[in-house]
Design a binder for this molecule. Sequence first.
Ligand code: IPM
Ligand code: MN
Length: 356
Amino acid sequence: MTKKDKLRIAVMGGDGTGPEVAAEGMKVLDAVARLEGIEYESKDFDFGGDRYLKTGEILPPGSLEELATFDSILLGAVGHPDVAPGILEKGLLLALRFHFDQYINLRPVKLYPGVETPLAGRGPEDLDFVVVRENTEDMYTGTGGFLKKGTPDEVAIQTAIYTRKGCERCIRWAFEYTRKRNKKKQLTLVAKTNVLTYGHDLWWRTFQEVAQEYPDIKTDYNHVDACCMWMVKNPEYYDVIVTTNMFGDIITDLAGILQGGMGVAAGGNINPEPGGTSMFEPMGGSAPKYTGKNVINPIATIAAAAMLLEQAGYEKAAARVIKAIQTVTGTKMKSQAAGKMGYGTREVGDLVVEAL
Ligand code: IPM
Ligand code: MN
């Protein structure tokens, strides 16, 4: 069977509240699949901190081969209080991004109705842009090392790697996306060309070259520090932003809080090539203190499930889920903060299903 016959989804709840939100994401996905006649199958994987503490393994032998047979992974959360920081992030999240060459990290920034933004006087019409973050290079490759570690003469090197192939495929995808999105048709490169005169020069030159192929797209450039100011001052200016991995990590947390925080912000780690395996996740963490209490907000994970459907080609189903989310945030939920939603985690999932 080729991957295309039936959508195959690997569900990885992960740590803390991850399994609770993943369950709501799948609940909504299942409901919209029925309504839209989408055939899919799913399988649960128990990778995460608990399994690692029991077995010492993060991705057991054979798991990458098995996951490769899936179109998509829905990931709940990684991060366990008893596991040192970095182990699960590197061993699971980054390992999957790199192994499956998910070179696009797509992070929509959309203020849903009824959701509070820290930006005074701003509403849903002011906040609707998308960040396309490169997802396989930069300081994330783990290239570097120590010299004379632990001595007063210690040297630490952490290298930012940028390749022509890596930035070009990301930039080209961002241009295509901007065209397909068909809103302001404006793509802003965010980098730091005034200081990173090698790596970001490569990004800049590549951006200018690829832009020649897209005369219908307006292009613009912001230094990353200025972008942080503009995003707060004039968020309505942005349509699509394309940026490097490290800067994309940082500016999407800023963007995430503008759209109402970790309870609503979702992202996709996409391998756009035919047969690629992509991974979708809420941006929030594993929230250990809320685990098992039915208080965590599942909206971000439900939005991640919508992104999964869109990437798999079910655009109508994806739009239907986003619309249902907007109904629920706009007319039902009191807040997007854990424990303050006016409903439990499962109830919010049920409300979205009803709104479909
Ligand atoms: C994110 C996260 C990850 C990243 C961490 C958990 C490794 O912050 O998805 O933005 O830095 O990419
Ligand atoms: Mn981050």
